[in-house]
Design a binder for this molecule. Structure first.
Ligand code: FRU
Length: 451
């Protein structure tokens, strides 16, 4: 059975239409809770997005993998849940992971969690952190059929704690290089320092440990979630989400960061080559995951952690982002499908800000813009945003900052009902954050509007 969402294309329409009309709403579940993007892959002519999903409410709980498909990464058809707890190892959740294709089949890798102690008040959460993790694999002949009861394989059982942590080891990300498969998994050293495991395989079923990495710097967080090692413009970039990284009021201590690294596929030895930087300066996007798009370029989605609203769903993803390494730094730009989708010039007069929009503007040094109540300033080379007029009382940080050091800030802002994404100077910096609602006002500085 397929679930048709009003305003979204149906599967049959998606399969038939060459280019469906893009839907510009940011990705979210039909209802209830989502967090990390999982198993993101371009497979048999469609993008598949799986996602951490709690189907019973607007809160985190026993994790399933929700599933949606798209031709353009903008219009999504939601499909039935792909993975759900079914065996001893994943009875309390199918945590994050990734997808690859081999011999026409889709292979999913994820972490199964098993609570040792049941929480009598809420069976969907763990009591006293008393849980164990295992790494699991399931394949699908077509990307639509998942035999949860028959096909799950445990390829990395719960550790004994010496090689890797038996609780906090999770989020396998798999890729291919030459004729070998590689996997990076996030972990911890005794809940004090983040650690990565690198594994290798010839057949996707048998995996052996190649190497491990730790920075030796406890300031880089105590556990590293959702590692993703990708190749961009001749560089390898590690994107990961350390827990306990940032201690600032109104911000989550867990933050997604990225850093150029060296990696030797023979030995699995990795080194960081620079200081890590934030994935997004809004400090609300988390657990990014990349895949390679139909043109062979890496593309990334990330989860916007957001408070509850009146919507039936909670949690949404940024628009697909392309990543580049240029002039010695990592840059993120909206994927070309996003830029193509906002093709109609519109008029601010009477514009309803709850419709997804793209705005283009420039700020010189010392200038400020007000867009639907979002204040954007460019002062002393620092770009900053202030969403205080767009938030209910929530205890969230109202501002965010990013350094540009250019005479002018050329800005592209994407706005939707509950999110803005602000790209500055060709992807040098991006600030994305949650908002409750926009103010219906025309901008004071000249700004081009597209819908
Ligand atoms: C990151 C994360 C992952 C884990 C998943 C559980 O947000 O904590 O490390 O696999 O979410 O939902």
């Amino acid at each position: 059975m397929l679930i048709d969402i009003p305003g979204q294309p149906t599967l049959s329409a998606l399969l038939k239409e060459e280019k469906p009309e893009p839907s510009l709403r940011h990705f979210h579940a039909p209802a209830n809770w989502i967090n990390d993007p999982n198993g993101f892959i371009y497979y048999n002519g469609l993008y598949h997005m799986f996602y951490q999903y709690f189907p019973y409410g607007k809160r985190w709980g026993t994790m399933h993998w929700g599933h949606a498909i798209s031709k353009d990464m903008l219009s999504w058809q939601h499909l039935p849940i792909a993975l759900h707890p079914s065996i001893h190892e994943d009875r309390n959740g199918c945590f994050s992971g990734s997808a690859v294709e081999k011999d026409g089949k889709m292979h999913l890798f994820y972490t199964g969690v098993h609570y040792q102690t049941i929480n009598p008040q809420n069976v969907h959460t763990c009591l006293n952190e008393d849980f164990i993790s295992s790494q699991l694999h399931i394949s699908s002949k077509d990307g639509f059929t998942f035999h949860n009861f028959e096909d799950k394989e445990v390829y990395l059982p719960t550790g004994d704690g010496t090689m890797y942590d038996k609780r906090h080891t999770r989020d396998p990300k798999v890729w291919k290089e030459g004729d070998a498969w590689y996997m990076v998994v996030g972990s911890t050293i005794e809940d004090q320092q983040g650690k990565l495991l690198f594994l290798t395989s010839k057949d996707l079923h048998h995996w052996s440990l190649l190497n491990t990495y730790t920075s030796g710097n406890p300031e880089l967080g105590w556990m590293w979630e959702c590692p993703d090692l990708l190749q961009v413009d001749g560089k390898r970039i590690l994107i990961f989400s350390p827990m306990g990284y940032l201690f600032e009021e109104g911000c989550d201590p867990n933050q997604a960061i990225c850093v150029p690294v060296s990696f030797d596929p023979q030995t699995g030895k990795m080194e960081m080559l620079e200081e890590p930087v934030f994935f997004d300066q809004g400090l609300e996007l988390y657990a990014p995951q990349s895949t390679v798009d139909e043109n062979g370029r890496p593309v990334i989605f990330a989860w916007l952690r957001q408070p509850e609203t009146d919507d039936p769903w909670i949690g949404q993803y940024c628009y697909p982002r392309s990543i580049y390494y240029e002039d010695g730094s990592i840059r993120f730009r909206p994927h070309e499908n996003v830029m193509k989708a906002f093709r109609n010039r519109a008029d601010w007069n009477g514009f309803d800000y709850s419709v997804p929009f793209m705005a283009k503007l420039k700020l010189g040094e010392g200038q400020e813009a007000d867009l639907g109540g979002l204040k954007i300033r460019y002062i002393d080379g620092v770009l900053s945003t202030d969403r205080s007029e767009l938030l209910n009382e929530r205890g969230l940080a109202v501002g965010a900052q990013a350094r540009l050091n250019d005479p002018e800030a050329e800005l592209i802002l994407f706005g939707d009902q509950h999110i803005f994404e602000l790209f500055a100077n060709d992807g040098k910096q991006v600030i994305s954050q949650f908002i409750d609602s926009w103010k219906q006002e025309e901008p004071a500085v000249p700004t081009e509007l597209y819908v």
